[in-house]
Design a protein around this ligand. Sequence first.
Ligand code: ZN
Ligand code: ZN
Ligand code: ZN
Ligand code: ZN
Ligand code: ZN
Length: 267
Amino acid sequence: VAPRCPLDQVAIDKDKVYVDKAFQKETDNLGVKCSFSARGCPWTGLLLELMAHMEGCDRMMTTCPMRCGVEFEKRFLEKHRNDDCPKREIHCQFCEIRLIAENEAEHLEICPKFLVPCPNKCKRREVARERLTEHLENECMKQDLNCPFASYGCQFTGKKKAMKEHVAAKQLNHMEILCAAVKQGDKNRENQDKAIQEMEKKMLGIERRINGLENLYGPQLIWKIDNYEEKLAEAKSGKKSTIFSPPFLTNRHGYKLAMSACLYGDG
Ligand SMILES: [Zn+2]
Ligand SMILES: [Zn+2]
Ligand SMILES: [Zn+2]
Ligand SMILES: [Zn+2]
Ligand SMILES: [Zn+2]
């Protein structure tokens, strides 16, 4: 299809098309505004300078070099990179760890220094996450505490203030349960001692038996005759009247011997 003039649709003969240098010169020297003047670019100049300007014009759209997918005018690049980009690196304002901005919310869920509210809504109100247990155990005026003598049997629980009063008021009771516990401990220890003594006795017995076995080690043969019934029957029938043991030594470097047996007598 032959190209047509965009204005009156007349077909254009390519051979008759030429560059009108004089007209080009005229247009080159026309005064123009930046194509992005609507976005506020104040640049004006000659048409022939426009291309060079456009290349550097800060109203040109660009996409984030960090690949976050956001599009903005070039002039906002620095601001985007420093303040807005979800891929920019930041430091956690609580624990100072380096992280990617878009992961911040997730990090704050576990950040050890992040301030969390006291579950008892006490006066301190907010505590660093890593200190919460300590706060509840040692500081919080609204936390229910176990009596320090709980492991000795005191069942009292109460807030810090009540606990102070309890400990002050019940010193005698606490001494009593403490004494009882110590006595019980002694008894347990006695039982333990007994158990240990018995164990030692047993060990001694086992040791003696092991020594005994070692003394026996030497010219000793334990000859286990398997299939005895069968062999006895063979001996009776005269098929095989004598059987031989596996070879054994008289002692560690002694004679090698074998036993023989006639299960149904010798002839
Ligand atoms: Zn411009
Ligand atoms: Zn970005
Ligand atoms: Zn943190
Ligand atoms: Zn608290
Ligand atoms: Zn108590």
